[in-house]
Write a protein that binds this ligand. Structure first.
Ligand code: TRP
Ligand code: ZN
Length: 858
């Protein structure tokens, strides 16, 4: 009966079309854990009954991997069934046609688990990560999100703190019991055991339920929890006020863990966080990290409704919870920190990560229909584009109907495992709109390109928009999408003559007329980035400068500066042109505009990234030359510094934030602008201001900004040594120390820098944060990673092969460094292909990394 899987067999592809309900319903499960690092026993009792919605006569499949089966019985009678490599099958003939109980006992080895999936150990503490398919490494179970059960958990172990999901229902010396009243899929299960300390607080919900809040940390980290706790309370209040969603248990626990594959995990009532994403003090974390912590705490909390109370039927529906929860956390951060700045940051990230993914061999739909390894689909497309699709939906139906639809969603699907079809139906029913064309955003990959042409005659302005939906792997032909294009019109003197109007582009080519205008207007198109598309708007420099100076839409005003910068930089790279005076004067004016949010000015001063420029040039039919892009971008920064030189010290001084440190958006924005000024100053003053700034800094934001400014200009050796002396015992802070040396290495010194750092005893690939600090910075260093000698490619491939043996999930994620290979010249393409082929041929290649390199090679 056991089906041995021959090694080297082609990995199985899972198809959405093959979905079948599980043959049983699982009302309740009782778990007992007897913890021991080398041999943990897990006893599971599953209370099952036939599922009337399933096809009759099916065998019952339980998933299970790496488990030593000790005992198996059905209604108390032992069964003699040998598991295969991926689980065990109970033949249909054995299954009673009434409720029955299945009991198993297995043994697992948490100490040996380096994949950080299932039950593992981190610094002497037990913890779990079950999403997406980690529960099968804990016990035999239907490890699929549509099987929802109520869990009762007993933990036995000699550690002081024993946590699981739900409410605590009993404890004594060496044991604790937890009961979760809300049915949930196995991926939301969690267990933590350790010598932990709590940072405690409390929250009372709108309907009066008292909730105990705890952030659990290792002894010594208690003073790093205040910001995470504040963020949690704000999130709880916001979800009540904006979505009408209350918390539904007596306790909400967060645990900080040092070794974690991703940012954080929304386990019911027991969120587990990468310590980097929750622990902060002003001395150890930067403003950007404070903001990120706030948004991740919110994200995981918001999952309680969008993900946990309503979960996904199968993993193809991942965007149902992730896209919606990202959209909600973006709204939350926008409300707290300013909508315009948040929108710009989100779009920068969307373009850097999702557009990049969409334009390469890993492109996939927001709702894909096949996969090999689901861990490979926690992508920018599922998360960030998934959020963009919901943002468009809200824009199309309006805020009031969006609220109506969400209420209907929560009422109709609470307690269910739902699909994207269910989600769209809710909007159709709440608004009466037909969303069949809109649904293509979910089912078709690729970034649409919208091209603008304009016509002006006798007071009538005609805007013609055409859309092109590029082919992506497996999807050669696509129909027109419904694209909301927010447009406003400005007079040549800068006055707005037509306020924001949302045009619905539904045809391949479509014209929109605006009548009764006195003069030919300048159009501000795609305001607020109303759709995740590439906009091709051939606007002359005067038009762009007009928008940069006068657009009433803050996003598009920033975008005017950005697109001008990219146009200028592209010309510098391809024709050797100089830095344009228009751009310099436009940016100088923006930077000094006292009426603007300093955070916004800081964003305007940020140059386009080298990777972004490579993508832009490739899209325009050029072969990007990484060294030329790097050199041109440096010249651009230098010219900007020289232009702003007379005002930099004053502007920086005006942005000083006296008084005690606050991580709120206001002071953080002032520090961002002050430090943008410092970065420019350091190009001119030989490092004097940054050296002084480094010494005087009272917080990590200013300290790291000074260090980076120095490193960018070839200084900073003494400061690096000081930093190390001060922080060498702090893992999270030292990650920054590792990372900046790689990120700001000279391109030709990159490989040597990485080799020097990885030879240190405090470099370890067992800790994903440390590995990412170095290898993530290596692959993000555009000019160095893509150095023509190919040494960066080989170095990353070496490390991915090594890491794959321990932690396939993180190795696979980091392999996306190679996804852009088709952009480059034939020599670089050949070098990258050779490394991908070498990874593909490595012995014991994981399914995770194997799928990624296979897709990238095409
Ligand atoms: N669901 C988590 C989130 O978005 C993501 C996550 C955390 C995850 N850890 C993981 C996904 C491990 C896959 C594997 O908040
Ligand atoms: Zn999430």
């Amino acid at each position: 009966m056991s089906a041995a899987i021959p090694s080297g067999a082609a990995p199985q592809v899972i198809h959405l079309a093959d979905y079948q309900p599980w043959p049983c319903l699982l009302d309740r499960v009782e778990l007992t854990f007897r913890l021991a690092p080398k041999a943990t026993r897990v006893l599971a009792r599953l209370h099952l009954r036939p599922n009337p919605a399933a096809n009759p006569g099916q065998d019952l499949r339980l998933d299970g991997e790496g488990l030593r089966l000790i005992a198996l019985s059905l209604d108390g009678r032992a069964l003699d069934i040998t598991p295969d490599a991926h689980g065990l099958t109970l033949p249909a003939a054995l299954l009673p046609n009434r409720p029955f109980t299945l009991e198993t006992e297995v043994e697992i080895v948490p100490e040996g688990n380096t994949a950080l999936e299932g039950l593992y150990m981190s610094n002497g503490m037990y913890c779990t990560q079950c999403e997406a398919e980690g529960f099968r490494k804990i016990t035999f179970y239907p490890d699929r999100p549509d099987v929802m059960a109520r869990f009762h958990v007993r933990i036995e172990g000699d550690l002081p703190v024993l946590l699981s999901n739900g409410n605590p229902v009993g404890q004594g010396p060496g044991w604790a019991e937890w009961d979760d009243p809300w049915p949930k899929p196995a991926y939301l299960f969690a267990l933590v055991a350790g010598d932990l300390r709590a940072h405690r607080d409390a929250f009372t919900t709108a309907s009066g339920r008292p909730v105990a809040l705890n952030i659990w940390v290792r002894p010594g980290d208690e003073d790093r929890c205040a910001w995470g706790m504040e963020s949690l309370k704000r999130s709880m209040l916001w979800d009540e006020q904006v979505y009408g969603r209350e918390y539904d248990l007596d306790v909400f626990n967060i645990v900080a863990v040092d070794d974690f594959n991703m940012g954080a995990m929304e386990n019911k009532g027991l969120n587990i966080f990468n310590s980097k994403c929750v622990l902060a003090t002003p001395e150890t974390m930067t403003d950007d990290e404070f903001a990120r912590i706030e948004s991740i705490v919110a994200h995981e909390y918001f999952h309680n409704w969008t993900g946990n109370r309503i979960t996904c039927r199968d993993w193809f529906q991942l965007c149902l919870k992730e896209g919606l929860t990202v959209f909600r956390d973006q709204q939350f951060s926008g409300d707290l920190r300013g909508e315009a700045v948040k929108r710009i940051e989100d779009v920068l990230m969307l373009r850097a990560r999702q557009f990049r993914e969409d334009q390469g061999p890993l492109a996939h739909a927001v709702r894909p229909d096949s996969f090999v390894e689901i861990n490979n689909f926690y992508t920018a497309t599922i998360y960030e584009k998934g959020a963009e699709v919901i943002r468009m939906l809200r824009l199309l139906v309006g805020d009031a109907d969006y609220a109506k639809a969400l209420d209907l969603y929560f009422n109709r699907h609470d307690g269910q495992a739902a699909t994207i079809e269910d989600w769209l139906k809710v909007f159709e029913d709440a608004t009466g709109r037909d969303l069949s064309q809109f649904s293509r955003w979910y089912f078709e990959a690729g970034t649409p390109r919208v091209t603008v042409s304009e016509d002006w005659a006798e007071g009538t302005y005609t805007l013609t928009l055409s859309q092109d939906n590029p082919a992506t792997p497996g999807q050669p032909d696509k129909g027109a999408k419904l694209i909301p294009v927010a447009v406003g019109l400005l007079n040549p003197n800068g006055d707005e003559v037509v306020p924001t109007t949302v045009l619905e582009l539904s045809q391949p080519v479509q014209s929109f007329r605006f009548e009764g205008l006195a003069a030919r207007p300048v159009a501000s198109i795609l305001r607020g980035f109303s759709a995740p598309v590439v906009l091709d708007h051939p606007l002359d420099r005067t038009g762009r400068a007009l928008l940069l100076a006068h657009d009433t839409d803050p996003f598009n005003r920033w975008e005017a500066a950005r697109s001008l910068a990219k146009q200028v930089l592209a010309e510098m790279v391809t024709t050797g042109a100089g830095v344009s005076a228009d751009w310099l004067s436009g940016i100088a004016a923006l930077a000094q505009d006292a009426g603007l949010d300093p955070a916004y000015c800081a964003l305007a001063l940020r140059l386009p990234s080298e990777d972004d420029m490579a993508a832009t040039l490739a899209a325009a039919g050029h072969v990007p030359d990484p060294a030329a892009i790097h050199a041109a971008r440096r010249r651009m920064g230098q010219a900007l510094a020289e232009t702003l030189d007379p005002v930099l010290p004053k502007l920086r001084a005006e942005m000083a934030t006296p008084g005690p440190f606050s991580a709120e958006a206001g002071p953080a924005g002032r520090r961002a602008l002050a430090n943008a000024c410092l970065a420019l100053l350091t190009r001119l003053d030989g490092g004097a201001a940054a050296q002084a700034g480094f010494k005087a800094a009272g917080n990590m934001t200013d300290r790291l900004a000074a260090l980076v400014a120095l490193l960018e200009n070839g200084h900073g050796a003494a400061e690096l040594a000081d930093f190390e002396a001060e922080w060498h015992e702090d893992r999270l802070v030292m990650d920054k120390w590792f990372s900046v040396q790689v990120a700001y290495a000279a391109p030709e010194a990159l490989v040597a820098t990485v080799n020097r750092l990885t030879a240190r005893p405090d470099f370890t690939m067992e800790n994903p944060n440390r590995f990412r600090a170095v290898m993530g910075a290596l692959s993000a260093h555009h000019a160095g990673f893509h150095h023509a000698d190919g040494a960066g490619y080989a170095l990353l491939a070496d490390w991915l092969i090594r890491l794959d043996g321990k932690n396939p999930q993180t190795a696979a994620r980091m392999s996306t460094a190679f996804e852009t290979w088709r952009r480059y010249d034939p020599a670089r393409q050949a070098l990258i292909r050779a490394q991908l082929a070498r990874i593909a041929a490595s012995p014991r290649l994981s399914r995770d990394l194997g799928e990624m390199v296979g897709r990238m090679l095409g």
